[in-house]
Write a protein that binds this ligand. Structure first.
Ligand SMILES: [Zn+2]
Length: 499
């Protein structure tokens, strides 16, 4: 039996697929299909997969080779492509491709927010920059990359890569977040990146992570893994409170002390009525181990560093590290075949001075922007690779075309973006200034509400608002951005004015 029951549509007494711009019918179907595949792969349980394939068969019979419409909220494209991978049924991939190619022709209907909001204003092959609702745009890109990869459509893949490059250059916050406008939860103009009005929905961070992962698999370019890391440790991780009980739907880079959005003070909450983010957070956390490493030919690529057991290309490894606090990564070979194998270690773009050693050899430098350090040899059980990444805190200055933060600076340490919270400052946060380039010092501390962390301090200046008042020396203290809003409602900012 095939069919589809969408409770909201049934409850309203509406016919199926009559209001696809807003109904989320195929969006919910996409999530159900992805959940079914995850359950099958992770637990070997095919019960939900049987339901998902019947639903997908129904969608094929309803939509294939028709212009019946497009869901206003993409994800069905990526879900159908993944179901094709899981089942081998070409009809699912064909329908995913059809949905991708039909985008840009007005088939998603009228959302009341304009066609750009639904990415339905220009065919995707002609689209040069991300527009509209950020989560929709980024889920669509994941589906586009899946379809391009599975159908060997180089033109389609190139269009997605072009937009990713543009997004990173001009439409992404330092935290990896996307979405500059509250009105449509959407992308703004190029370089329109206000820190206080940033939207940066948590789901957009997750969708961006998933798109970058697909581009990493399609191209092998380490820049996609670098960005996944930026999103994971900053824009995504900040969504969750230290106690795990509250979450952010919106992730700005600045909160003033008197901030309100309508009646909301902009703190993490136990619940939002639109509750897409919490289950999305849980599915990313539950699947993180799947993103650590991949195999290509005789080489095991290690993309992300955390304590783990890894196996691939016949090599079993133990990965030991205190990342992201420590830049020391140790790989121990537990078992290896009697033949040469490659171990490729990602060298993050931020690591200015990286070294590595094998067993007792002296440490050797790795050139910056190496991408992956590929070590190819016959490995033996007990071999040990030591990788030392440069965790020296660093200043980051914005592109001067980002008007909202021109003249400001931020601090990063390893993969972590830092922020300044009022709780750590000796003076009012909005009267604090820094001089980029001055020496940064770090220290491990334990803070109430946060626990252990690494603070970074910079020489600062207290600049009172009265023109006649002289600036005084002070210290500016930063903590990792993902740990903010765990100590009360005070002000926070990532970008701090230069003096
Ligand atoms: Zn969400």
């Amino acid at each position: 039996m095939q069919g589809e029951i969408h409770v909201a549509v049934v409850h309203r007494g509406e016919p199926r697929y009559a209001r696809l711009a807003w109904s989320h019918e195929l969006y919910c179907a996409g999530h159900l299909i992805q959940a079914a595949i995850a359950l099958h792969r992770g637990a070997g349980d095919s019960g939900l997969l049987d339901i998902a394939t019947r639903l997908a068969d129904h969608l094929v019979s309803e939509f294939a080779s028709t212009e019946k419409g497009l869901d206003g909220h993409p994800i069905i494209e990526a879900a159908l492509a993944e179901l094709y991978r899981e089942t081998g049924s070409g009809a699912y991939l064909a329908l995913a491709r059809q949905f991708v190619d039909q985008r840009g022709h007005g088939l998603a209907g009228d959302s009341g927010m304009g066609r750009r909001y639904l990415q339905d204003h220009v065919p995707v092959r002609e689209l040069v920059s991300e527009t509209g609702h950020a989560v929709r745009a980024l889920y669509l890109e994941a589906g586009i990359t899946d379809v391009a990869t599975e159908t060997h459509d180089h033109e389609l893949l190139a269009s997605s890569i072009r937009r990713w490059d543009d997004m990173l250059a001009a439409k992404t916050y330092l935290t990896g977040g996307n979405g500059s406008r509250h009105a449509d939860e959407g992308f703004g103009d190029r370089f329109e990146l206000p820190p206080d009005r940033a939207y940066n929905e948590t789901c957009a961070a997750i969708a961006s992570f998933q798109w970058s992962w697909r581009l990493l698999l399609a191209t092998g370019d380490a820049k996609y893994a670098d960005h996944m890391e930026r999103v994971l440790y900053n824009g995504f991780a900040a969504a969750i409170s230290a106690d795990g009980d509250r979450f952010f739907y919106v992730n700005p880079l600045q909160r003033r002390e008197d901030h309100f959005e309508k009646d909301d003070p902009g703190r993490r909450r136990a619940w939002f009525s639109c509750a897409c983010c919490p289950p999305n957070i849980m599915r990313l956390l539950a699947s993180l181990d799947q993103y650590l490493a991949t195999r290509a030919h005789d080489t095991l690529y290690i993309h992300h560093y955390t304590g783990a057991r890894l196996a691939g290309a016949g090599v079993d490894l133990e990965l030991v590290t205190g990342y992201p606090w420590s830049g020391l990564v140790t790989l121990r070979v537990l078992a290896a075949p009697s033949a040469a194998r490659g171990l490729a270690l990602r060298i993050p773009g931020w690591s200015a001075a990286t070294t590595f050693a094998i067993n007792d050899s002296s440490e050797r430098p790795v050139p910056s922007h190496t991408g992956y350090l590929n070590l190819h040899r016959e490995w033996r059980s007990g071999d040990e690779i030591t990788l030392r990444l440069d965790m020296t805190p660093r200043w980051t200055c914005p592109d001067r075309r980002v008007d909202a933060v021109r003249g400001c600076a931020a601090i990063e340490r390893g993969p972590l973006v830092y922020c300044f919270e009022q709780a750590d400052q000796a003076v009012r946060l909005d009267e604090l200034a820094v001089t980029p380039g001055t020496e940064l010092t770090e220290r491990e501390v334990t803070l109430d509400g946060i626990g252990r962390t690494v603070q970074v301090s910079a020489p600062g200046r207290h600049v009172p608002p009265e023109p006649a008042s002289a600036a005084q020396e002070t210290t500016a203290v930063a903590i990792p951005y993902f740990q903010w809003d765990n100590r009360g409602p005070g002000a926070m900012r990532v970008w701090i004015p230069g003096s």
